[in-house]
Design a protein around this ligand. Structure first.
Ligand code: NAD
Length: 472
């Protein structure tokens, strides 16, 4: 049983203004595994004031000093990697291998990348007689979700630190443990007091006052489109910058060639990772209509190989994060059946032998049409939908027929064709054959958000641009 009753403000672990707590439920056992203090508007005031005060010095701290702080964090982060992974498994049900590997590993990757980018980043540029200067924007409010808790904190905090910003982090109330350990890591690494502050709580208690706060210069938000809209609305009167990384319903176009079978298999596997709770997950698989039957057979076999169970063990998939997420996914699976899609694998109910815990069956629907609810709404669970396309133009048309534009995938042997298709997808991140790069900009078109995270592009969100004509 974990107990986190203090916030990290101005370099101290302090009591919250009000004595309120919330419980965290382990999704694998359905038992309470921790108690965490809930913040309030008064705590937000305190944390913002601390960040404001620290900004005066951190914003003018030199590159080498900031690099030293980031390198210290890397050392502390590596020491606590095991603790972070265990916390992740407990709070959101990520299987141990995924938590310790990819989840915590992504956080380290974002940190290493921030260090590399900072080593060479051009904060000033001369353009003739004009000087263009990039300056830290100020105090940042960072609001993160529960699905990739560590890496989504890392991808905000490290570029914010590197660019000279100060910040108040509010992790998701469903995954507060990682945020707490993360604050301990930063404290141990010697991040100057007030540069990084941690509050816990939900949207109404902390997220809303943080978004509204006139002392906050920008909000970087990752989460649902619903909350993103509310944050933008609350932030509008103070004209602060708001960057949003929101939901997705990403197409995965499987080209018609000899690599078809492995790409269908790969697409199913990719979707089931993290129990389908990934904003950029390839949830709409597009296959040539003539090969639908073949795709069904391959996907059925691939889904059967996804092991589900206790996330502390050696499984591919643990539970989904919460009871409400479980109910939401179940309702959408039922909706798929009701709307006439072909259920190929999985379906409603828990997997056999798993009566306790929010476990969902790895589910595949085929003969899905793009007007069905399961093709339009983000399910955020282990559910693949397979849609047929007539030709490439049709595939691109279906891919782009969505209100989202976070990610897209193209898989096939013909690289030239894959490249052409990737260019036509209206999304901020389009992966060809599983490509991966920490320096590749990541972010959404349309209702998937704005702003770009990862690598050098991630720095710009935290910088103001000042032009000084006549400088020379
Ligand atoms: P959520 O929107 O419910 O919560 C996200 C965070 O926002 C939490 O910290 C929550 O407390 C806070 N919040 C909620 N309402 C708020 C409000 N009105 N004002 C201020 N803060 C508020 O999302 P979630 O359920 O935690 O995460 C799942 C969603 O996140 C999915 O839609 C997923 O696609 C999206 N997501 C997007 C990305 C991306 O990079 N685009 C990455 C991961 C997750």
């Amino acid at each position: 049983m974990r107990e986190y009753l203090k916030f990290y403000i101005g370099g101290q672990w302090v009591d919250p203004a009000e004595q309120r707590t919330f419980d965290v439920v382990n999704p694998a056992t359905e038992e309470v595994c921790g108690t965490v203090a809930v913040g309030s508007a008064a705590d937000v005031d305190r944390a913002v004031a601390a960040a404001r005060e620290a900004f005066a010095t951190w914003s003018v701290t030199g590159r080498e000093d900031r690099l030293e702080v980031l390198r210290n964090i890397l050392g502390e982060y590596q020491k606590r990697a095991g603790d972070l992974a265990a916390a992740l498994t407990e709070e959101m049900g990520a299987p141990a291998a995924l938590a310790g590997g990819f989840q915590v590993g992504l956080g380290a990757g974002h940190l290493t990348t921030a260090i590399e980018v900072l080593e060479n980043f051009a904060f000033e540029e001369r353009r003739g007689a004009t000087l263009v200067v990039k300056e830290p924007i100020g105090v940042c409010g960072l609001i993160t979700p529960w699905n990739w808790p560590m890496s989504l904190i890392a991808v905000k905090v490290f570029p914010a630190l590197a660019t000279g910003c100060t910040m108040v982090l509010k992790p998701s109330e469903r995954s507060p443990f990682t945020g707490q350990i993360f604050a301990e890591i930063l404290a141990a690494a010697g991040v100057p007091a007030g540069v990084f502050n941690l509050l816990q709580g939900d949207g109404p208690s902390v997220g809303v006052p943080l978004s509204r706060h006139p002392g906050v210069d920008m909000i970087s938000f990752t989460g649902s489109t619903r909350a993103g809209i509310e944050i933008a609305r609350n932030a509008a009167p103070s004209v602060k910058r708001v960057t949003q990384e929101l939901g997705g319903k990403s197409p995965n176009i499987i080209l018609d060639d000899e690599t078809f079978a492995e790409n269908v298999r790969g697409g199913v596997g990719e979707m089931m990772g993290n129990s389908g709770q990934t904003c950029s997950a390839p949830s709409r698989m597009l296959v040539p209509s003539a090969r639908m039957e073949e795709a069904i057979a391959i996907a059925e076999e691939a889904a059967a190989q996804v092991t589900v169970g206790d996330p502390t063990g050696d499984v591919v998939m643990g539970p989904v994060v919460s009871e409400s997420q479980f109910e939401k996914v179940q309702a959408l699976i039922q909706k798929g059946i009701d709307e006439g899609a072909t259920l190929v694998a999985g379906g409603p109910g828990r997997p056999e032998g798993l009566e306790r815990g929010y476990y969902v069956k790895p589910t595949v629907f085929a003969n899905v049409t793009n007007d069905m609810t399961i093709a339009r709404e983000e399910i955020f669970g282990p559910v693949v939908t397979i849609l047929g396309y007539r030709d490439i133009d049709h595939a691109v048309e279906i891919a782009n027929d969505t209100e989202y534009g976070l990610a897209g995938y193209v898989a096939g042997a013909d690289l030239e064709q894959a490249r052409a298709v990737a260019r036509r997808i209206r999304a901020g991140w389009v992966v060809i054959n599983g490509g991966f790069d920490f320096n590749c900009p990541f972010g959404g078109y349309k209702k998937s958000g704005n702003g770009r995270e990862w690598g050098e592009f991630g720095f710009d969100d935290y910088l103001e641009v000042k032009g000084i004509p006549g400088y020379a």
